[in-house]
Design a protein around this ligand. Structure first.
Ligand SMILES: Cc1ncc(COP(=O)(O)O)c(C=O)c1O
Length: 391
């Protein structure tokens, strides 16, 4: 390591949730209340999340993956139906299309922003296409206007994967439900967390009825208090459903997180701006770029690409950063590069050059609200040291 670089004694993780006394108190309050599964706090969380995003209906569930699953079912996805999506996502997005027998149709991303290429979406529509499943990658929005135009022209639905997008805006509006449906994730690395959890946002009460039933065993009436005084036992199953409900224990974590998410996001924005400034002179690293259309990015990830100029692989870069006590993540190995998808849909790498290139080179650097400016400066110094000492 170069003489000026001093390795820190402790490990800086790539992400860490911000859990304060408020979350602990709320969870303890729930534990003591006698009601720990889906109940009044889960209901309050849904109301507050709907208010925060500006959409009329929010349905909280056990994960965003669960939301993708029942969301696609409720939109009527059938075996053989095509859904246009991005390969630059967590595999859950595409797995749920596959799980229902649908066919994921991958289109490439913009090389600079990593967002789905809206022109390629328009060109990928066939008579079998039923919908578009775009991802607001890394907390910046994808280009919704052209996607909506394509959807309207061909009678398709759009289901937004906004797993990274709590607080993200496109042209002044919160992302999530520009069309029929959207889903957010509260996994611990996300901009706010409920341990595990997710939420669907929508406008349509009919669709919500279907989703509520699919979320909980196929029960149409969601009387959470059916075992409580004043509640009535309810056993009318109208369809086959799942067990994807959201517990009050999760809501207890989520309520103070939601109340602070704008503060968390503001800190992420500050830290990302500092990284952008400090990495400007590091030409071996391609910094993340934001889209040109009006938006608000909440920097779920700070994902750089280790370019050819670095003269080293991304995996070697990650190992060297780890040796300097810096944690990283890979978001993402492109879905078409995953063994299952490679086998089922071979030969896609050449048709998806930007996603394939990024898949091999992408690396998320530490970014979380409790990080200090000193931590961010340390990461940049560590990257520079890795690059200075490459063989
Ligand atoms: C883009 C994207 N979609 C969906 C998911 C699934 O979220 P969850 O872990 O809440 O199921 C993730 C999780 O990392 C994600 O990054």
């Amino acid at each position: 390591m170069s003489t000026s670089f001093q390795k820190r004694p402790d490990f800086l993780p790539f992400s860490r949730p911000t859990i304060r006394q408020a979350e602990i108190d709320e969870v303890v309050d729930t534990l003591r209340s006698g009601w720990i599964t889906t109940g009044p706090k889960a209901q309050r969380f849904e109301e507050e999340f709907a208010r925060f995003t500006g959409f009329p209906i929010a349905l909280a569930l056990s994960s965003a993956t669960a939301g993708l699953h029942i969301g696609l079912m409720a939109l009527g996805l059938k075996p053989g139906d095509e859904v246009i999506t991005t390969p630059m996502t967590w595999v859950a997005t595409v797995n749920m299309i596959e799980a229902l027998g649908g066919r994921p149709v991958f289109v490439d991303i913009h090389r600079d922003t990593l967002q789905i290429d809206e022109e390629q979406v328009a060109a990928a529509v066939t008579p079998r296409t039923v919908g578009i499943l775009p991802v607001h990658f890394g907390g910046a929005p994808c280009h919704m206007d052209p996607l909506l135009e394509t959807a309207r022209k061909h009678g398709l639905w759009i289901f937004e994967d906004a797993a990274h997008g709590v607080g993200t805006h496109y042209k002044g509006q919160h992302v999530g439900c520009f069309d029929r449906l959207g889903v957010f994730s509260f996994h611990p690395i996300k901009n706010m967390t409920t341990g595990e959890g997710g939420v669907l946002v929508l406008k349509d009460e009919e669709l919500a009825r279907t989703l509520r039933a699919l979320r909980f065993h196929g029960l149409e009436k969601q009387a959470w208090n059916r075992y409580a005084e004043g509640g009535s036992p309810q056993v009318e199953v109208t369809r086959v459903g799942f067990k994807y409900n959201f517990m009050d224990l999760q809501a207890a974590l989520g309520l103070p997180q939601l109340a602070s998410v704008e503060e968390f996001n503001a800190r992420r924005i500050e830290l990302a701006a500092l990284y952008q400034e400090l990495f400007a002179e590091v030409e071996e690293i391609q910094r993340p770029a934001l889209p040109a259309y009006p938006h608000r990015a909440t920097w779920h990830l700070y994902a750089v690409r280790v370019t050819e100029k670095a003269g080293m692989s991304r995996d070697a870069f990650i190992a060297e950063l780890k040796a300097r006590n810096v944690g990283t993540g890979i978001h993402f190995k492109a879905v078409h590069e995953q063994p299952y998808y490679q086998q089922k849909y071979p030969g896609l790498a050449s048709t998806l050059p930007h996603a394939s290139w990024s898949s091999e080179r992408i690396c998320s650097l530490p970014l979380f609200p409790a990080m200090s400016e000193e931590d961010a400066r340390y990461v940049v110094a560590a990257v520079k040291d890795v690059l200075a000492r490459r063989s």
